[in-house]
Design a protein around this ligand. Sequence first.
Ligand code: FE2
Length: 274
Amino acid sequence: MYSRDRYEDNGFLVFEGFASEDECDQLRTRAAEMVHEFDPAEVVSIFSTHEQNRTTDDYFLTSGDKIRFFFEENAFNADGTLKYEKEKSINKIGHALHDLDPVFECFSRSQKIKDITTAIGIKNPLLLQSMYIFKQPNIGGEVTCHQDSTFLYTEPIDIVGLWFALEDATIENGCLWAIPGGHRSGLKSRWVRSPEGMRFDVFNAEPWPEDQLKPLEVSKGSLILLNGLLPHRSFENRSPRSRHAYTLHLISADADYPADNWLQRSPTVPLRGF
Ligand code: FE2
């Protein structure tokens, strides 16, 4: 079966050895530098304000065209200080690494990534979102079962997630799990902006058939393509090994990108293709 047919059939596709050891290590080194240069005081002040929920939401909701640092849940003491060193507390960096950092931009806009998005049929792709995910040893949190189109919706739905394993991803250190073919059951919900704040519009309240989840254990350098409607998740990392990953989401410029999606760009940082 051709790759594109397999992708359309299963809702995901695995390419072992897509990125070289060197490419993975360049991204890892750059992320480590960024964390090193990052002063957590600017975020700690947000977490220790009297209006904690509102300010942490703002920090997230205005991060679509920035490089920002997000901590593991439970990373903070009651007084807003970090329990562990910052290098061991960060959950992810997001969401415009691919536009604002030269190392991540070079990788994200490589010819081979352009070729693969063309091959699976995304027309006029735009690079919408990037995240560097640490999945820290021992404390890496779970991500519950979801569809990426819940958070990054387009009309029609035309989005692909690219998930790069920068280290071996196994069941022990919290690899991805997905429900093969689950993208065919439609979009269950949307997370939308409203005057009262963010809310979920639920179209189908059935629980996910999580007994159908399959682990996607992959080696360092592998790429997993994920259809925006594919249900997937990852479990906590309780192992002593980290599970670093880099993710990119691409949409078609031909699709409508609604103004009530959480991720919005200022006009000075427009979405770009390759
Ligand atoms: Fe996801």
